[in-house]
Design a protein around this ligand. Structure first.
Ligand code: ADP
Ligand code: MG
Length: 251
Protein backbone atom coordinates (compact mmCIF):
# COMPACT_ATOMS: atom_id res chain seq x y z
CA UNK A 1 0.00 0.00 0.00
CA UNK A 2 1.27 3.47 -0.85
CA UNK A 3 1.82 6.20 1.73
CA UNK A 4 -0.85 8.32 0.05
CA UNK A 5 -3.93 8.78 2.17
CA UNK A 6 -5.74 10.71 -0.52
CA UNK A 7 -5.35 11.06 -4.28
CA UNK A 8 -7.38 13.41 -6.43
CA UNK A 9 -7.03 13.17 -10.20
CA UNK A 10 -8.73 15.54 -12.63
CA UNK A 11 -11.53 16.42 -10.21
CA UNK A 12 -14.13 18.69 -11.79
CA UNK A 13 -17.26 20.20 -10.29
CA UNK A 14 -19.76 22.51 -11.93
CA UNK A 15 -22.56 24.57 -10.40
CA UNK A 16 -24.76 25.66 -13.29
CA UNK A 17 -22.61 27.61 -15.73
CA UNK A 18 -19.63 27.87 -13.41
CA UNK A 19 -16.97 25.22 -13.19
CA UNK A 20 -15.93 25.62 -9.57
CA UNK A 21 -13.26 22.88 -9.65
CA UNK A 22 -11.45 22.72 -12.96
CA UNK A 23 -9.40 19.54 -12.86
CA UNK A 24 -7.79 19.22 -9.44
CA UNK A 25 -4.83 16.88 -9.01
CA UNK A 26 -3.65 16.49 -5.44
CA UNK A 27 -1.97 13.74 -3.43
CA UNK A 28 -1.77 13.87 0.35
CA UNK A 29 0.62 11.54 2.15
CA UNK A 30 0.16 10.02 5.57
CA UNK A 31 1.03 12.49 8.37
CA UNK A 32 1.08 15.37 5.92
CA UNK A 33 -0.53 18.72 6.74
CA UNK A 34 -1.74 20.56 3.65
CA UNK A 35 -2.92 24.16 3.90
CA UNK A 36 -5.46 25.14 1.27
CA UNK A 37 -5.40 28.87 0.63
CA UNK A 38 -7.22 31.06 -1.85
CA UNK A 39 -9.70 33.89 -2.14
CA UNK A 40 -13.28 33.51 -1.04
CA UNK A 41 -15.12 31.65 -3.79
CA UNK A 42 -12.00 29.94 -5.17
CA UNK A 43 -13.43 26.49 -4.44
CA UNK A 44 -11.80 25.48 -1.14
CA UNK A 45 -14.99 24.38 0.59
CA UNK A 46 -16.29 22.65 -2.52
CA UNK A 47 -13.06 20.67 -2.72
CA UNK A 48 -13.27 19.60 0.93
CA UNK A 49 -16.95 18.74 0.54
CA UNK A 50 -16.18 16.68 -2.56
CA UNK A 51 -13.57 14.69 -0.63
CA UNK A 52 -16.14 13.99 2.08
CA UNK A 53 -18.71 13.01 -0.59
CA UNK A 54 -20.99 15.90 0.30
CA UNK A 55 -20.72 17.18 -3.29
CA UNK A 56 -20.88 14.70 -6.16
CA UNK A 57 -18.13 15.48 -8.67
CA UNK A 58 -18.67 15.70 -12.43
CA UNK A 59 -15.37 14.18 -13.50
CA UNK A 60 -12.16 12.72 -12.13
CA UNK A 61 -11.32 10.29 -9.35
CA UNK A 62 -10.84 10.50 -5.61
CA UNK A 63 -9.03 7.68 -3.86
CA UNK A 64 -9.03 7.36 -0.08
CA UNK A 65 -6.30 4.86 0.59
CA UNK A 66 -6.83 2.21 -2.05
CA UNK A 67 -10.56 2.79 -2.49
CA UNK A 68 -12.03 4.81 -5.34
CA UNK A 69 -14.54 6.77 -3.28
CA UNK A 70 -15.72 8.70 -6.35
CA UNK A 71 -17.17 5.47 -7.68
CA UNK A 72 -20.95 5.93 -7.43
CA UNK A 73 -21.12 2.50 -5.80
CA UNK A 74 -18.91 3.65 -2.90
CA UNK A 75 -20.68 3.56 0.48
CA UNK A 76 -20.76 7.25 1.45
CA UNK A 77 -21.43 6.57 5.14
CA UNK A 78 -18.52 4.14 5.33
CA UNK A 79 -16.27 6.68 3.61
CA UNK A 80 -17.34 9.49 5.94
CA UNK A 81 -16.63 7.27 8.93
CA UNK A 82 -12.98 7.31 7.82
CA UNK A 83 -12.75 11.10 7.50
CA UNK A 84 -13.07 13.70 10.25
CA UNK A 85 -14.55 17.06 9.28
CA UNK A 86 -14.83 20.39 11.07
CA UNK A 87 -16.50 23.39 9.47
CA UNK A 88 -16.41 27.09 10.19
CA UNK A 89 -19.26 26.93 12.70
CA UNK A 90 -22.26 24.99 14.03
CA UNK A 91 -20.30 21.78 14.38
CA UNK A 92 -21.60 20.51 17.70
CA UNK A 93 -25.12 19.21 18.25
CA UNK A 94 -26.65 21.83 20.59
CA UNK A 95 -28.93 19.37 22.36
CA UNK A 96 -26.12 16.99 23.34
CA UNK A 97 -23.49 17.45 26.04
CA UNK A 98 -19.90 17.90 24.95
CA UNK A 99 -19.21 14.32 26.03
CA UNK A 100 -22.13 12.94 24.03
CA UNK A 101 -21.05 14.99 21.01
CA UNK A 102 -17.55 13.55 21.19
CA UNK A 103 -18.69 9.95 21.72
CA UNK A 104 -21.60 9.91 19.27
CA UNK A 105 -19.77 8.65 16.18
CA UNK A 106 -17.73 6.14 18.16
CA UNK A 107 -20.89 4.66 19.67
CA UNK A 108 -23.30 4.90 16.75
CA UNK A 109 -21.04 4.40 13.75
CA UNK A 110 -18.15 2.38 15.12
CA UNK A 111 -20.16 0.54 17.80
CA UNK A 112 -17.64 1.22 20.54
CA UNK A 113 -19.16 0.42 23.97
CA UNK A 114 -20.25 3.56 25.85
CA UNK A 115 -17.78 3.16 28.73
CA UNK A 116 -14.86 2.80 26.37
CA UNK A 117 -15.99 5.68 24.14
CA UNK A 118 -16.48 7.93 27.16
CA UNK A 119 -13.10 7.06 28.62
CA UNK A 120 -11.42 7.93 25.34
CA UNK A 121 -13.47 11.14 25.03
CA UNK A 122 -12.60 12.19 28.60
CA UNK A 123 -8.92 11.56 27.94
CA UNK A 124 -9.10 13.69 24.81
CA UNK A 125 -11.04 16.48 26.53
CA UNK A 126 -8.64 16.40 29.51
CA UNK A 127 -5.77 16.66 27.07
CA UNK A 128 -7.06 19.98 25.74
CA UNK A 129 -8.16 21.36 29.11
CA UNK A 130 -11.87 20.78 28.54
CA UNK A 131 -12.29 17.89 30.97
CA UNK A 132 -14.48 20.02 33.25
CA UNK A 133 -16.79 20.89 30.33
CA UNK A 134 -17.67 17.29 29.44
CA UNK A 135 -21.19 17.47 30.85
CA UNK A 136 -21.94 21.00 29.62
CA UNK A 137 -24.01 21.80 26.57
CA UNK A 138 -22.17 23.54 23.73
CA UNK A 139 -23.79 26.93 24.34
CA UNK A 140 -22.00 27.10 27.70
CA UNK A 141 -18.62 27.02 25.95
CA UNK A 142 -16.76 29.86 24.27
CA UNK A 143 -16.42 29.73 20.48
CA UNK A 144 -12.83 28.58 20.82
CA UNK A 145 -13.79 25.83 23.26
CA UNK A 146 -16.60 24.72 20.93
CA UNK A 147 -14.24 24.49 17.97
CA UNK A 148 -11.69 22.57 20.01
CA UNK A 149 -14.43 20.18 21.16
CA UNK A 150 -15.53 19.82 17.52
CA UNK A 151 -11.99 18.96 16.47
CA UNK A 152 -11.70 16.43 19.28
CA UNK A 153 -15.01 14.94 18.18
CA UNK A 154 -13.71 14.68 14.62
CA UNK A 155 -10.59 12.77 15.68
CA UNK A 156 -12.20 10.65 18.42
CA UNK A 157 -12.59 7.75 16.00
CA UNK A 158 -9.03 8.02 14.64
CA UNK A 159 -9.96 8.99 11.08
CA UNK A 160 -7.46 8.48 8.28
CA UNK A 161 -7.85 12.11 7.26
CA UNK A 162 -8.99 15.30 8.98
CA UNK A 163 -10.59 18.11 6.93
CA UNK A 164 -10.69 21.55 8.54
CA UNK A 165 -12.64 24.24 6.70
CA UNK A 166 -11.72 27.67 8.04
CA UNK A 167 -12.25 26.50 11.61
CA UNK A 168 -11.03 29.80 13.07
CA UNK A 169 -12.80 32.22 10.70
CA UNK A 170 -15.89 32.71 12.86
CA UNK A 171 -13.94 33.19 16.09
CA UNK A 172 -13.09 36.36 17.94
CA UNK A 173 -9.39 37.05 17.38
CA UNK A 174 -8.41 36.21 20.95
CA UNK A 175 -9.83 32.69 20.56
CA UNK A 176 -8.04 31.80 17.34
CA UNK A 177 -4.77 30.88 19.02
CA UNK A 178 -6.13 28.08 21.19
CA UNK A 179 -7.70 26.38 18.18
CA UNK A 180 -4.55 26.67 16.08
CA UNK A 181 -2.55 25.30 19.00
CA UNK A 182 -4.73 22.19 18.96
CA UNK A 183 -4.13 21.75 15.22
CA UNK A 184 -0.43 22.07 15.93
CA UNK A 185 -0.71 19.30 18.55
CA UNK A 186 -2.56 17.05 16.10
CA UNK A 187 0.15 17.54 13.54
CA UNK A 188 2.76 16.63 16.15
CA UNK A 189 0.74 13.48 16.84
CA UNK A 190 0.84 12.55 13.15
CA UNK A 191 -2.72 13.34 12.06
CA UNK A 192 -3.10 13.78 8.29
CA UNK A 193 -4.81 17.13 7.73
CA UNK A 194 -6.13 19.27 4.89
CA UNK A 195 -7.05 22.69 6.18
CA UNK A 196 -8.62 25.55 4.29
CA UNK A 197 -7.41 28.65 6.08
CA UNK A 198 -6.80 32.37 5.91
CA UNK A 199 -4.28 32.13 8.74
CA UNK A 200 -1.21 32.63 6.57
CA UNK A 201 1.29 32.83 9.43
CA UNK A 202 -0.05 29.57 10.81
CA UNK A 203 0.01 27.88 7.40
CA UNK A 204 3.56 29.01 6.95
CA UNK A 205 4.54 27.68 10.33
CA UNK A 206 2.69 24.37 10.48
CA UNK A 207 1.84 23.14 6.99
CA UNK A 208 4.12 20.73 5.16
CA UNK A 209 2.69 21.95 1.89
CA UNK A 210 0.60 24.92 0.82
CA UNK A 211 -1.84 24.67 -2.07
CA UNK A 212 -3.07 27.92 -3.59
CA UNK A 213 -6.45 27.56 -5.26
CA UNK A 214 -7.47 30.25 -7.75
CA UNK A 215 -10.82 30.05 -9.52
CA UNK A 216 -10.98 26.29 -9.19
CA UNK A 217 -7.42 25.66 -10.34
CA UNK A 218 -4.34 24.84 -8.27
CA UNK A 219 -2.33 27.86 -9.38
CA UNK A 220 0.68 26.99 -7.25
CA UNK A 221 1.68 24.47 -4.58
CA UNK A 222 4.81 23.86 -2.59
CA UNK A 223 6.48 23.94 0.78
CA UNK A 224 5.49 27.04 2.80
CA UNK A 225 8.97 28.57 2.64
CA UNK A 226 8.78 28.48 -1.14
CA UNK A 227 5.15 29.47 -1.62
CA UNK A 228 5.25 32.32 0.86
CA UNK A 229 8.90 33.23 0.49
CA UNK A 230 9.36 32.98 -3.25
CA UNK A 231 6.01 32.56 -5.02
CA UNK A 232 6.46 31.78 -8.69
CA UNK A 233 3.09 32.81 -10.09
CA UNK A 234 1.90 36.38 -10.47
CA UNK A 235 -1.55 35.50 -9.11
CA UNK A 236 0.01 33.95 -6.00
CA UNK A 237 1.98 37.14 -5.40
CA UNK A 238 -1.16 39.24 -5.86
CA UNK A 239 -3.18 37.05 -3.52
CA UNK A 240 -0.53 37.10 -0.79
CA UNK A 241 -0.03 40.84 -1.15
CA UNK A 242 -3.62 41.31 -0.01
CA UNK A 243 -2.72 39.97 3.42
CA UNK A 244 -1.33 42.92 5.30
CA UNK A 245 2.04 42.41 6.83
CA UNK A 246 3.08 39.84 4.29
CA UNK A 247 6.27 40.45 2.37
CA UNK A 248 8.27 37.94 0.37
CA UNK A 249 11.29 38.43 2.63
CA UNK A 250 9.54 38.09 6.00
CA UNK A 251 11.07 35.28 8.11
P1 ADP B 1 -14.40 28.99 -0.94
O1 ADP B 1 -14.63 27.96 0.11
O2 ADP B 1 -13.02 28.98 -1.49
O3 ADP B 1 -14.82 30.35 -0.49
P2 ADP B 1 -16.58 27.65 -2.29
O4 ADP B 1 -16.11 26.29 -2.59
O5 ADP B 1 -17.49 27.84 -1.13
O6 ADP B 1 -15.33 28.63 -2.19
O7 ADP B 1 -17.34 28.24 -3.55
C1 ADP B 1 -16.78 28.20 -4.85
C2 ADP B 1 -17.81 28.73 -5.82
O8 ADP B 1 -18.88 27.79 -5.93
C3 ADP B 1 -18.43 30.05 -5.42
O9 ADP B 1 -18.60 30.82 -6.59
C4 ADP B 1 -19.76 29.64 -4.83
O10 ADP B 1 -20.70 30.68 -4.99
C5 ADP B 1 -20.10 28.42 -5.65
N1 ADP B 1 -20.96 27.47 -4.93
C6 ADP B 1 -20.61 26.79 -3.82
N2 ADP B 1 -21.56 25.95 -3.43
C7 ADP B 1 -22.57 26.11 -4.33
C8 ADP B 1 -23.88 25.53 -4.48
N3 ADP B 1 -24.32 24.58 -3.64
N4 ADP B 1 -24.62 25.93 -5.53
C9 ADP B 1 -24.17 26.87 -6.39
N5 ADP B 1 -22.97 27.45 -6.30
C10 ADP B 1 -22.19 27.08 -5.29
MG1 MG C 1 -15.19 28.12 2.10
Amino acid sequence: MSAAVLRLAGVRKRFGETEVLQGIDLTVDRHEVVALIGASGSGKSTLLRAINLLEPIDDGQIHLGDEDISDPRADADAVRARIGVVFQHYNLFPHLSVLDNVTLAARRVHHVPRREAEQRARDLLDGIGLGDKAKEFPDRLSGGQQQRAAIVRAIATDPELLLLDEVTSALDPELVGEVLELVRQLKAGGTTIIMATHEMAFARDVADRVVFLDHGVIAEAGPPAQLFGAPQQQRTKEFLARFSGWTPSAP
